[in-house]
Write a protein that binds this ligand. Structure first.
Ligand code: EZ4
Ligand code: CO
Length: 402
């Protein structure tokens, strides 16, 4: 059996997605997500020019060898563009293997460890009252775990707060929008937000919050400490993690659990964080961290230190990645939680999929492969449109982490 053709499909049903379709000489095909928000065409070019020509004619069943060939064989290792391209091919090959075996990918990984993946939804509001309402609405919809983000008085825009309720899409058409940031205001208002939310939802709901890389380590420590009375499930991306050691300082000061890694692309990005037990949940996800083959290594390594998974699942991770995440999460023994930002109905129509939300969990049936397809005719009606994530500046104009 040979890889006969690899198509790279770019579509924008409201937001951009890049999808790889690997077609074999047996007529079986597999899909992989290759979407890197705001840098989509870099991955497209990497695949088109540097990956696809090397794979034609290879045996698609040799997933591990192809992974090593693309990783070691590039000489230039790691990086988000490379690892997203590798991830897309890897996902497609697992999809093919599942279809060949007539089994879901979770069966190939070792079978089900659970019935469904507990997910957390996104409740947000322009102010605390709106955020509390959104949390209660999520509870009614069956969510057991809810991320809460709110506008900060005095800031025109805040990360995590969308234009419309129920759907948050940070990327905007055109060039990167600029948003102001003020750490002092944020640190002052956030404990108050969670006091109100915890009071409204009662003791059972799991509450999460994303600091989105805005804080220094000591500021993150202050936030963690101030939120302890409200018993958060986690604080996400408390501080940037290029310097993995910086999490030690946060850890020394707070028992609020920590999650990090949505921008990681290799096991090396989390090596010290896991080994020194500086975080509780690792968010490195299938599309941006080398596919199922590599994320499985991260999860196994994390399991040795009682670190659990908490994969990124924002709207820029396509239903193809979500299908892979559901398969992975059904198997992985040290599963923690899965992020879920539902896609728009149009995106769901472009990518028909088997997984679904049921009473706070993501579940899927015993279908072959990843359980996701692409409607190429519909996809073709929505060509790529340039879009970027925003950038952040402090009040004095200095660039900050968005
Ligand atoms: O900003 O996916 O936890 N979710 C997030 C997302 C990210 C986007 C970036 O592409 O932090 O909202
Ligand atoms: Co995040």
């Amino acid at each position: 059996m040979k890889i006969e053709r690899i198509d790279i499909i770019v579509t924008c049903p409201g937001r951009n997605f890049v999808t790889v379709k690997v077609v074999t000489s047996d007529g079986v095909h597999g899909l992989g997500d290759a979407t890197l928000n705001g840098r989509e065409l870099a991955v497209h070019a990497y695949l088109q020019e540097h990956v696809v020509p090397c794979l034609i004619g290879r045996d698609p069943r040799n997933i591990e060898d192809i992974w090593q060939y693309l990783y070691r064989g590039a000489y230039w290792r790691r990086g988000p563009v490379t690892m997203t391209a590798i991830a897309a091919i890897d996902m497609a090959l697992w999809d093919i293997k599942g279809k060949l075996a007539d089994m879901p990918v979770y069966q190939l990984l070792g079978g089900k460890s659970r019935d469904g993946l507990m997910v957390y939804g996104h409740a947000n509001g322009r102010d605390h009252a709106e955020a509390v309402d959104a949390v209660l609405k999520h509870q009614e919809e069956g969510y057991k775990a809810i991320r809460v983000q709110s506008g900060v008085p005095g800031l025109e825009k805040t990360y995590g707060v969308g234009k419309t309720q129920g759907y948050y899409e940070p990327a905007e058409k055109g060039l990167p929008p600029e948003e102001p940031w003020d750490t002092a205001l944020y640190l002052r208002h956030t404990p108050e937000l969670f006091r109100k939310v915890r009071e409204a939802v009662g003791p059972d709901a799991h509450l999460l919050h994303d600091a989105h890389h805005r804080l220094t380590p000591i500021e993150a420590a202050q936030l963690g400490k101030s939120l302890e009375p409200y018993r958060l499930f986690w604080i996400e991306d408390a501080t940037p993690a290029e310097n993995q050691e910086s999490f030690r300082l946060i850890r020394q000061h707070t028992t609020t659990p920590l999650a990090v890694g949505e921008v990681f692309n290799a096991i090396w990005d989390c090596n010290q964080l896991i080994r020194e037990q500086l975080v509780d949940y690792i968010r490195a996800t299938i599309v941006h961290a080398g596919g199922i083959t590599h994320v499985r290594r991260i999860a196994d390594y994390a399991a040795m230190y009682q670190v659990r998974t908490g994969f990124h699942g924002a709207t820029d991770l396509s239903p193809v990645c979500m299908a892979a995440a559901v398969n992975f999460g059904l198997w992985v023994p040290n599963f923690g939680i899965q992020e879920l930002m539902p896609h728009s109905p149009l995106t769901d129509a472009v990518f028909p999929h088997n997984y679904r939300f049921e009473q706070g969990y993501l579940v899927m049936d015993e279908v072959p492969g990843l359980g996701v397809e692409i409607d190429e005719t519909l996809a073709a009606q929505y060509p790529y449109e340039r879009a970027y994530l925003p950038v952040a500046r402090l009040r004095d104009g200095s660039m900050w982490n968005w």
